[in-house]
Design a protein. Sequence first.
Lengths: 618, 87
Amino acid sequence: MEVRTIFITYVVWLLFVRYLAGRGLGPFGSFARDMSSFMLGKGLGPAADLMEDRAGSGAKTWFAHGIFWFIIAATLTFLNIWSTYEPSALSSLGAIGYSPSAAQASAAVHVVTAFGALSMLLIAAGFAIQSGLCNGRMANEATTALLAFVWSAVVAAGFILAHTDLISNSSWFELPPIYYILLSILALPLFANHLLTMAQSDSPIMVPQWFIVMGFAAFIWLGPVAMILLSGENHTLSWLLVKVLFGGWLFSQALGIAHFVVPSTLGVPLWSRSLATLALFGTFLTFSPLGAEAVVPEMDTSMRAVVSVFLSLSLLPIIASVVNITKTASGRVMESYGVKFTMLGLILLLPITFGSLCASISAFGGSNELAHIAGTLDSLAIWGVIGMMVLGGIHLLFPQVSGRTLFSTRKTKFAFWLSTIGIIGYGSSQFIADYVNHALSSTEVSTALEDAGVVAADAGGVAVFAAMMFYGIVLSGIFVAQNMLQGSFRGTLLSDSSPVATGALATMTVTGSTSIRSLLAAGAGSDTVITIEGNSASSGRISIAEIKKLVNEVEEEVEEEVEVEVEEEVIEEPAVEIPANLSKLPKSELVAMARAIGVSDSGTKADIVERLESQPMY
Amino acid sequence: MTDLPEMTQGNNEPASSTAVWTMSLVGVLAFIILYGVLYPGHPFPGLSDVLPLFSALGNSLVWFFIAGVIFGLGTLVAILIGESIAE
């Protein structure tokens, strides 16, 4: 099958998903909803009961797994950068059988980073955004949480696979196609969960939701298409898979987060609707320049021209996103670290995109003149752009799903500065190392140096500095993980209905009659709020007008309570004023005054005066 | 005209963690400079030079960084266990 045809299937599939999601599962109707609900719930049998079906539990589990992989992926990347300076740094691990080749180490890094750290955190953020924009929860939380464990296991398997002979000298993304199929199969129930949640909600679908759903569609498309690689090596198809992985999946999800985090944190609407729409369609219908390492050795000129146009057109949605979100956050970036992280990613996006665009165009059938910086550009796209947006999403969305604030603002601040200094320091020094090494490796330079009898120092010192700078990202990941973990236990509760750590359910809905024993057996605790359903004609969905009416009633109740409290405070004020010259008053008045303020009235007049004078109100 | 006090003195102090971080960074920098002056041209001592227990790991400095990551992961496990027990 030609690559052109494969790309058309990609576009048709995305348009189909757009149609399906826009009409609440459209032609499939209630049958599809019931089937999906069943498959996500009871269809799993006892496995569905392993996890808690509480609002936010799915996203929280994905966040927990994702941040773990984030630390592992950042550490592996750091070691990979260090190894370019000192290849034998980890040679002692050969004693326990760990001695990967450069290609294997690179494959392991990319698999853990792309499918573990970034994918899991992006999925977690997607669930948090989706539940925030729909009914406050996903259609199914328990299965979603359970799948996080399975996904982690698949990532671990990919890490092991990357160290086998399957990756000898091939590129990192040339994993066995079965691996992509497995990930696609795992993504299917997550995708169905998103569709179901949107179908069950009356709210209009927002731009971040479209990014999330369409991104899932792109990711699922990768699996079946990877099967075609079984028929033999196909550079063009591999190139297309990498572009869809970077642009259609990772970058689109990151843009979904950015389009949600900034407006919702600052409490302002997105600046432009048309720019958001352009960003949405442009992201999926063009070739992303990110993923610059992918190479197609030979290609005819006409195809090169078409691909170059599609690559260049991708600048439009990227510039639209940057302008739209920057205008939305205009003047208020410093209000939140979630916004700061996101804006850092967006600021880095433009230069990295331009660099990746040049590298990608020359790598698609050209002479690949920028191959020496393509790896650095990809690392910066992964950690500088997508990674920063993911960290921004964590700082806003994790408290929403855990019900508690992050533990320490100081740790957040520290993580932000470590990331900022780390990524900028790494990028600038790694580019220097890349260019120096590239210049020294050219025939002309080496011949000239040899003729002059000069031995040039390589860029090893700069490379090790780049690695040390990148260590800031590792530390940042550890601080964010600590903040999340401590926050989920000790952070300030965001509301009374927030999830509690005791394990009891926060709310429970009961239909018909039941016993206390049944409630306790179902997980209710002493603080669980029980809602009785079944006798009300208005049970189920609620209109905006009804919500407004309820809000007004609640506001009136709150005002009444405040008034009552004020009155009580007035009553509590001391009714008795103690005059200045007590000794001139008769003893009977002094006794009455002592009784009124609650001190002893026994003894002589002088004793009573002494007691009254010792009172604080005197 | 406002009378200024003889000396303007606030009561705020930096957090202990900030002080520890700053002193650690200055200490490391001082060590690097001192080592470069005393042993010019010599590579920095690796983890195995400092702690003979880890002699099998070799002389690479990367092990200091790996030790930092392991310590960080250790704190995460400690927090998890500690908070679970506290609950």
